[in-house]
Design a protein around this ligand. Structure first.
Ligand SMILES: Nc1ncnc2c1ncn2[C@@H]1O[C@H](COP(=O)(O)OP(=O)(O)OP(=O)(O)O)[C@@H](O)[C@H]1O
Ligand SMILES: [Mg+2]
Length: 365
């Protein structure tokens, strides 16, 4: 997949901008607070129908404007176009000019993988944040996963309401447990397969980027002991086993809403012993593995977005990273300045200043 153009109207600090991207390395330089991250954020929005930075879409609308409009054209087997118009009361999503009813018809069409310095927070964040990543990445490749997850979340809400009610109908609880187990079974299978695929390539990618012999691991902390042999019966039993506790505490204690993924360095929790640099390279290896995962599952190459991460790596590792990604993937990289070793001929360069993008080389209208 190759992104060709991105058009922004009233998005963040952009009033009107159009950028024509090249299939290889695109570098966007600019001083602080000029709109580099905003530009990448608009692409994340087209990929996930939400921002990676905020949950209130209204903040994305240019101050003083009534709506924001993000449009892109990308090439798959043919030229495709996506558009998201954000109003204060909601959003309209369009594929090839036609509005879609559900965001699930839109999510996953444009596949981007973003790496931003803030991503490192996820290592020390609450499990909820790591589950969010898990869900977000699997959703990009599986509409069925999103459907199962939404259904599960509704059932979970219903179960918790029932547990808090005065008259608790235990037969209804049985029905909810069975329905939840059905969705959980699908979700666990997908989560397990996702972690397996990531884990099969991540350690080697880490060694490549970091040039050291440390083993990084990502592990699935599943709500049942053996996710390989998951079944609806096992999951129903899990809910039955925790029922007494759930009735007492009036909340559902076991299930996929309590799961986590663990990042480890030499078999030990990464948080406790990794240096900042090691954390950064682990996250990079994870993101690189994600690129491959998406490519293997969808048959399409995602676009890599690197937000201001080069400056945080030493020059040798910066070069290594770019060498690893530049041939197979289209990349959009932001930076406050042009990295010295980058050969100007290899890149399409833009500068951004106060919401205006200008090409240094490459095309813009
Ligand atoms: N809704 C909005 N309307 C107008 N301007 C906005 C809006 N939201 C954010 N901005 C402006 O966008 C700018 C920040 O842009 P962005 O985060 O893309 O900066 P950046 O170039 O990535 O900077 P840094 O190098 O510091 O990361 C700020 O000046 C901010 O005031
Ligand atoms: Mg930024």
């Amino acid at each position: 997949m190759i992104l060709r153009t991105l058009k922004l109207r009233n998005f963040r600090n952009y009033e009107n901008a159009e950028i024509c991207l090249s299939p290889g390395l695109n570098l966007i330089t600019g001083q602080n607070a000029q709109g580099k991250t905003n530009l990448l954020e608009s692409l994340v929005y087209l990929s996930l129908t939400r921002s990676h930075r905020i949950s209130d879409d209204r903040k994305l609308i240019h101050e003083g404007s009534d709506f924001a409009d993000i449009r892109c054209e990308y090439e798959d087997d043919r030229i495709q176009s996506l558009r998201a118009v954000i109003h204060p009361k909601g959003k309209t999503l369009m594929v090839r000019g036609q509005p879609v009813r559900k965001s699930s018809e839109f999510i996953g069409l444009l596949n981007v993988v973003l790496f931003a310095p803030d991503d490192l927070r996820v290592f020390s964040d609450q499990p909820r944040e790591r589950r969010r990543i898990l869900n977000q990445e699997i959703t990009k490749v599986s509409g069925k996963y999103l459907f199962a997850l939404n259904h599960y979340q509704n059932l979970l809400k219903e179960r918790n309401v029932l547990l808090k009610a005065q008259n608790r109908d235990l037969r209804y609880l049985d029905i909810l447990d069975e329905q939840m187990a059905r969705e959980e079974c699908r979700i666990i299978q997908e989560r397990n397969s996702f972690i397996h695929q990531i884990q099969s390539i991540m350690p080697a990618l880490y060694r490549d980027i970091a040039s050291d012999d440390i083993t990084v691991t990502v592990r699935y902390k599943c709500c049942i002991e053996d996710p390989e042999n998951v079944s609806e019966d096992i999951l129903c039993q899990m809910h039955r086993d925790s029922r007494e506790k759930d009735l007492e505490n009036r909340v559902t204690s076991a299930g996929i809403h309590r799961e986590d993924i663990l990042f480890e360095l030499e078999g030990k929790n990464l948080i406790t012993l990794a240096s900042q640099g090691q954390k950064r390279m682990t996250m990079l290896a994870f993101k690189m593995a994600l690129l491959r995962y998406i490519q293997n599952t969808t048959g399409k190459r995602p676009v890599l977005l690197l937000d201001d991460v080069l400056s945080e790596l030493d020059p040798i590792r910066q070069k290594k990273l770019l060498d690893m990604v530049k041939a197979p993937y289209q990349c959009i990289i932001t930076s406050t300045d042009l990295p010295e070793y980058l050969n100007r001929e290899e890149i399409t360069e833009f500068t951004v200043s106060n919401g205006t993008v200008t090409p240094v080389s490459g095309g813009i209208r």
